[in-house]
Design a protein around this ligand. Structure first.
Ligand code: FE2
Length: 197
């Protein structure tokens, strides 16, 4: 979330600040003193839009991470799955842009700490693992990302329905199905070939 919105700023203790306390000079003073602030969303619509920005950021980050996975993997099947999912991810970015358009918003990303953490773990694995541990670990890292995405798209799809965003509901459902299929493909590959003692 960029900037400071007076309507949604709250103190760490959860109390809504009186209006006069959130004027810019006050905020500057609080920041200088190192006070902790948090931003909240008050409506499902705000939460929906924020989470949409999160997954938009995440999908773009995934397009940069997948080529690294494909390059590092030793298994030709795992390389292929990573490469195929890169194409699907690019398609999902277009679908998300259509979701933004359908609700009258510009596509924007909001830094997603969850995906940053998952990608960081995969990067660490590439430095630390070798042999059978590398492919099994990389595949598991890809599944952690898929599970994260399944959770997010499952929520987004239902919120879209509740908010009456029919086109968004359908598009998010399509992405959710793609993520579930990618996860199943990874499970099959892990069980049949990649997981070895
Ligand atoms: Fe995705």
């Amino acid at each position: 979330m960029s900037g400071v919105s007076e309507a949604c700023v709250e103190r760490t203790l959860g109390q809504t600040l009186p209006h006069f306390l959130v004027e810019p000079s006050y905020l500057r003073k609080v920041k200088e003193r190192g006070a902790i602030w948090r931003f909240t969303m008050k409506s499902l619509n705000e939460l929906f839009e924020h989470t949409l920005q999160d997954v938009y950021y995440a999908e773009n980050a995934i397009t940069k991470a997948l080529p690294k996975v494909a390059k590092a993997a030793k298994s030709s099947e795992l390389k292929k799955v990573a490469e195929e999912h890169l194409g699907e991810t690019k398609d999902q970015i277009k679908k998300l842009e259509a979701v933004f358009k359908s609700i009258g918003k510009k596509p924007e990303g909001e830094k997603c700490d969850a995906i940053e953490g998952l990608i960081k773990e995969a990067d660490g694995l590439m430095d630390e693992a070798s042999g059978t541990a590398l492919d099994a670990g990389l595949l598991a890292a890809c599944q952690a990302v898929e599970h994260y995405e399944i959770a997010r798209y499952g929520s987004l799809r239902e919120w879209a329905k509740l908010l009456g965003h029919e086109e968004a509901h359908n598009l998010l459902g399509e992405i959710l199905d793609q993520e579930k299929a990618a996860n199943s493909k990874l499970t099959n590959l892990a069980v049949s070939k990649v997981n070895k003692k």
